[in-house]
Design a binder for this molecule. Sequence first.
Ligand code: GLC
Length: 554
Amino acid sequence: MSLKKHSGSLELGECTRNPGYRDVDGDGSAAETIGDHPGEKRDSTSVKLDSEAAEEYTQLRPYAGMPKEVLLLYSSQARYRVPREILFWLTVACTLALVALTIAVIALSPRCLSWWQSSPVYQIYPRSFKDSDGDGVGDLKGIQEQLDHFQYLNIKSVWISPFYRSPMKDFGYDVEDFRAIDPLFGTMQDFEDLLAEMHNKGLKLIMDFIPNHTSDRHRWFNLSRLRDPHYEDYYVWTDCNATTPRPNNWVSVFGNSSWTYDEVRGQCYLHQFLKEQPDLNFRNPHVRQEMIDIIHFWLGKGVDGFRMDAVKHILEAAHLRDEPQVDPNKPPELVTSEWDLHHDYTTSQLGLHDLLREWRAEMDIYSREPGRYRFMVTESYDYHEVDKTMMYYSTPLVKESDFPFNFYLLDLPQNTSGLWVQHLVHLWMANMPKGQWANWVVGNHDKPRIASSSGHTYIRVINMLLLTLPGTPTTYYGEEIGMENINVTDSQIQDPRSPMQWSDDMNAGFNNKTNITWLPVHPDYRTVNVEVENSFILLPHSVSSQPPQTVLYL
Ligand code: GLC
């Protein structure tokens, strides 16, 4: 390429490399074109401009096709440099602002809620929910028949009370086989069908996990009383006097001594609940492993979570010393109720939280697939020791329960004041560890129904409170329509959980195949039932303006 000085300007060869170049000024200065001879190999080093030439050259206007070396001379001129730098810094500033904005939006937006946070938990008592085969007792197939009820209520999380094989001394909380379904409720196939159908409908199934004890009919207990070497220490045994079997003053939650003499083994075994519910010995590593295997069994089947039963009772002090009496002057033989003792050696023992954390870790193994988080809730009544309840929450470093059940609003008495309720709400919110998730329980199988404890007039307001407080509401079947406890005679008293009132048909629609129901249906079922509630809500405006017989409570 040649670069010639010509008439005060530069002539850059005979032709240009840019075919699009035009001498738009029409001054015939096409000779200003910069280019190489066609086919000439371009060599950047061949362009040598002395400062004088460069100065003159900058008189030219840049154009497409101008070689890089020449363009560089222009690029340092203020009129090109300044806008370029402004544009550059503007781009940098915009990018930074965008990144900052994205971070702020992520940090400030509410956390994505997991399924156990975004839906109420609905507890089903399987005996009383829906009887599909007409034997008078609710069953798993019956639950499956009624799944649309949850979709109607927009409930995603369903906790089903125990349906393990059991002699039913404590309504399923006395488990004979942790891997079998009680025939009263159906078969394992029924369970699997139910779970699959629930998952199809986007529902989650929570099961009871009952680690503290088994039934006295459990195979382990039979082997333990026979002193089978492997099972000998599966339960808490101690020497005692066969005629006065009270190795210490510990009492059962259900009253009287928590020790029973076993003639087969010739020792006493501990039971913190019924004598038919011997306590497992969690100091035995085999017992711990058995319970982990059971967790895997059900998680492997696909259950979505566990309600951990009676967790504070899992461990007892190994020294078996007497517990201090609440009233030290009470004669020891009159110490028969759980309220008579401070449970320093039978509840919340050191090591309890390690067990729960271990179980949580096992559940986490199954929680890794998206949307398959396995939920853990713990049951522990520590009314006067809120700190103890809060201990079940996870910490940022160690995961445990997703939340412990909050029982402060359960069983509110008739004369409850708004201020008292406010105090109870505050008690939880103020003591809950930072970043944790609250929950509220207003009904369960251990307590009377809202209508029966707080009074009929409070059903709606308590349900509304439940649904508006921050956290997961937990409700009990039938509370959504305001069912009441039934009055049962002594011979019928088992657990006053009367059948669900679905309609005003025979047996309230709980069972329309036979006249048997395991407990009588509440006589108010003709007006208090799901069908009435739903039809009232779905009626066209003109019709619904008639005075309703009943109202939807949930
Ligand atoms: C829990 C259950 C209760 C049962 C007890 C023993 O407290 O809610 O019904 O009797 O544990 O398993």
